[in-house]
Design a protein around this ligand. Sequence first.
Ligand SMILES: Cc1cc2nc3c(=O)[nH]c(=O)nc-3n(C[C@H](O)[C@H](O)[C@H](O)COP(=O)(O)OP(=O)(O)OC[C@H]3O[C@@H](n4cnc5c(N)ncnc54)[C@H](O)[C@@H]3O)c2cc1C
Length: 456
Amino acid sequence: MPIESHAIQQFRQFHHGDVITADDERYERARRVWNAMIDRRPAIIARPRNSDDVAVSVRFARQHDLPVAIRGGAHNIAGRSTCDDGIVIDFGDMRSVTVDPVARTASAEPGARWQDFDRETQAHGLATTGGTVGDTGIAGLTLGGGFGWLEGKFGMTVDNLLGADVVLASGERVHASENEHTDLFWALRGGGGNFGVVTLFQYRLHQVGPTIVGGLVLHPFQRAAEVLAFYNAFMKTAPDELVAAAVLTTAPDGHKACGIAVAYPGDLAEGERLVTPIKQFGPPILDVIGPMPYLAQQAMLEQAMPPNLLNYWKAEFVPEVSAEVIAIAVDAFSRVPSPTSSVLFFPIRGAASRVRPEATAFPHRGGYHLGIYSLWNDPAQNDANVAWVRRMWAAIQPHTAGGVYVNELGDDEGRERVLAAYGDNYERLARIKAQYDPENLFCLNANIAPLAQKQS
Ligand SMILES: Cc1cc2nc3c(=O)[nH]c(=O)nc-3n(C[C@H](O)[C@H](O)[C@H](O)COP(=O)(O)OP(=O)(O)OC[C@H]3O[C@@H](n4cnc5c(N)ncnc54)[C@H](O)[C@@H]3O)c2cc1C
């Protein structure tokens, strides 16, 4: 049912930040999310200025029985950060990042992107594990786990979260950390947006760069199977701090290619020595591996994943990049319909893999994240691109480790996949959900159904 205009007027009185509705000339742009396949029309896009505004939105949603979506960087592939006819809490006007260089911590508002975060922290020679594409939001990525170039040395993004300010479904404000609301803090580190609206994230920072050894090599696609086999063997003996990803992609010259992207955030001479085998496996068609600013590493993949394209993704975890997996990936990529699509293997390794699966809500502490990413321009090609992803994903099933990254679950995935994303942590998450959001107000996500405590 449409919201009465007087109710919206009342909402505006209490909400100090911007409020955009369908009659606003900014509405079309404001309702857009990163994946152009998603086309939803919220009744209200509320841009809070502070946690008071967030509490106003939460109470309004409850009072009017409205769906409520939460938006950080709007990159969620399933479009969970928007909705039809409901309210979007859009953190686009809360993007500040404050660094305490002495304590080596950062406080970041939930609208910040990784490029904001990296810029502010690198000004002090500091960083923490974050997304590999700068315009991705810190909020959704952090709450789902967060793999990135620094994970081998410092763990995943969730492993570096120190605390969060949260507006609960009741409108109450709490702080979650190792000392306060510890169960909520555990759940926030992998349980996504199920438990409340985070209005501030606090992170542990580490000394990084400003120069690291990083970059990318590309080889002709004809050698993709050899490159991937080399990659798989190389990773078995690489030290923790070295994180390398393998990718099937299309080179700037329009030819298919197979690449290895690498980062070593330690001693430069040691890094150069460690990446020598990658550089010597050749001859590559492009080699830009060497000392480079950490900020350049973080911007390196920006062009490969531009916003506003049509997207269809599926993800998995595989224990290794085995001969069988390589054969499937190479065969699939030889038929890829769009030059902007890619297949990515990103390891969960080093410090990220030494955290126990039940220590945080993010359970997948090993193997390789496999992303099958279709990106294209022309809506007439929707079926072909969706079918390509599904076909490769089906072929890979016998070789998976089980589980899926919650942040890369698609719009059309069923309950079993949601359960697979949380693994053995699901039941504990469901009990915490019952405590903090018993009526499941925050349900536009990979949803955890509240599970009431058993009466003794
Ligand atoms: C181009 C691209 C690159 C990526 N690279 C990486 C990568 O390197 N590493 C990695 O781990 N993942 C990566 N991802 C996946 C990424 O983690 C997810 O897309 C994630 O959802 C992005 O967060 P966001 O804030 O931009 O998303 P949004 O769409 O804004 O939010 C996603 C969901 O998070 C929840 N949420 C957002 N803000 C809040 C909040 N303040 N409080 C409570 N809940 C909230 C909501 O449920 C929301 O629906 C990438 C995705 C894309 C599209």
